[in-house]
Write a protein that binds this ligand. Structure first.
Ligand SMILES: Nc1ncnc2c1ncn2[C@@H]1O[C@H](COP(=O)(O)OP(=O)(O)OP(=O)(O)O)[C@@H](O)[C@H]1O
Ligand SMILES: [Mg+2]
Length: 383
């Protein structure tokens, strides 16, 4: 396979100026005061994106995701390392990057097009399509500074996808649009995939990565800590986030909880479709802790089949070893292999306290003739 993006040993450093003298007068009097510190936003990042691949980039706030995308798009120059691109590229960068606020939506479409290397004539030919996709017909001659953030993203996304680039780079922004527009963007991204184009996608949403990406990269403080199948990268990402959250919480003397093992009485997670499944989760707590037990079931293709309510199952952990028994009375799934994730959330269901990604793999055996993921057992009669 041909690589459309090659990133080799890319590093980016920013100079951070620490000024001791803030006022203009003081700065004029002490011109050389203050110090400059080098901040390493990216260090030694290397990966390739093959033709037709969709790669997700995960990482907590400030981990370097946007910096990396800007280097790939040429908005920023890496301090060292090499980036090679094959084919045309269109990018949807962070909110605020790309548009001139004093200009109208119409002028910005041409300006943005020019930035992507399109002549006025070429944009003329696709202008109506762009506006139709954005659904901003009424506002296209309004100055962009009066746009809401959702409208802004609509227009930027409409330009980026309608210029038909070989590579599409999207930074987070999709989350800004309303649900309907988000669905439209996701549909468009899928169409892109079917056409064999390559996509690089930054998001904080694990479900989006599961739904769209074949591979994911995890950045942590500017360094790549994972590059592999989505399931593996998500596990590393979540476990890493959790470690940091726990570190952070320790100062507030939060108790530490860990999930040790997940077992069934028979030792097997094979189950007949329609039958029940019982499993036990062993949890160790440093101190007494009241939280909620949550579980998720995913198909191997990364489709979320079910996530239990974040506040649905209170647990009162005692210091030391605890066991949580989980009873699934009847599993309506069809034939397949499913991953089970389990976790403990805080009392209000807001924060994950402990998590085990892919804690168990369940194999469902079904010998009927229905297709899909779930058996709805419809009762059908002609009237
Ligand atoms: N122009 C700049 N000058 C100095 N520091 C910068 C600059 N741009 C980014 N940084 C720093 O580099 C680090 C990485 O920023 P970046 O925007 O790439 O993070 P991110 O992973 O996209 O975060 P988020 O999830 O919040 O979007 C941050 O600590 C940020 O403060
Ligand atoms: Mg960012």
């Amino acid at each position: 396979m041909v690589d459309v993006i090659q990133v080799e040993g890319v590093a980016k450093q920013f100079k951070i100026h620490h000024e001791r003298h803030q006022s203009l007068k003081e700065r004029l009097l002490h011109p050389k005061s203050g110090s400059v510190e080098l901040f390493h936003a990216l260090s030694e990042v290397s990966f390739n994106v093959a033709d037709g691949e969709t790669v997700g980039i995960l990482g907590h706030n400030g981990s370097g995701k946007s910096t990396l995308l800007k280097c790939i798009c040429g908005v920023l120059q890496p301090t060292s390392g090499v980036i090679r691109l094959r084919g045309s590229l269109a990018a949807l960068l962070e909110l605020g990057a790309g548009f001139q606020h004093e200009l109208s939506g119409r002028d910005n479409v041409y300006l943005y097009g020019a930035m992507l290397g399109f002549s006025r004539r070429m944009i003329d030919a696709i202008f109506d399509e762009i506006v139709a996709f954005s659904e901003l017909e009424q506002f296209i001659d309004t100055q962009v500074k009066f746009y809401s953030s959702g409208m802004y993203v609509r227009l930027a996304f409409a330009v980026a996808v309608n210029v038909n680039p070989d590579i599409l780079v999207v930074d987070e922004v999709l989350a800004v649009g309303d649900e309907r527009f988000q669905a439209k963007c996701i549909d468009r991204i899928r169409q892109f995939q079917e056409e064999g184009r390559s996509i690089l996608l930054v998001t904080h949403n694990a479900d989006t990565v599961r739904a769209l990406c074949s591979r994911a990269i995890v950045l942590n403080s500017g360094a790549m800590i994972a590059d592999g199948p989505v399931q593996d990268s998500l596990r590393i990402f979540r476990e890493h986030m959790l470690e940091q959250a726990i570190e952070h919480d320790r100062s507030g003397s939060q108790s530490q909880v860990s999930i040790d093992a997940i077992t069934t009485p028979s030792g097997s997670f094979d189950v007949r479709s329609g039958a029940g499944l019982h499993f036990d989760v062993d949890v160790t707590a440093d101190t007494a802790y009241s939280g909620n037990f949550v579980m998720e079931v995913f198909t191997r293709a990364g489709l979320l089949v079910s996530r239990s309510a974040a506040q649905g199952a209170p647990v009162n952990l005692k210091p030391g070893a605890n066991r949580v028994a989980v009873e699934l009375p009847s599993i309506p799934l069809l034939d397949g292999v499913f991953d089970i994730n389990v976790g403990i959330m805080d009392e209000r269901g807001n924060t994950v306290i402990a998590w085990r990604e892919q804690a168990a793999t369940m194999q469902v055996l079904y010998d009927g003739h229905a297709g899909g993921v779930v058996e709805l057992s419809p009762s059908i009669r002609q009237q």
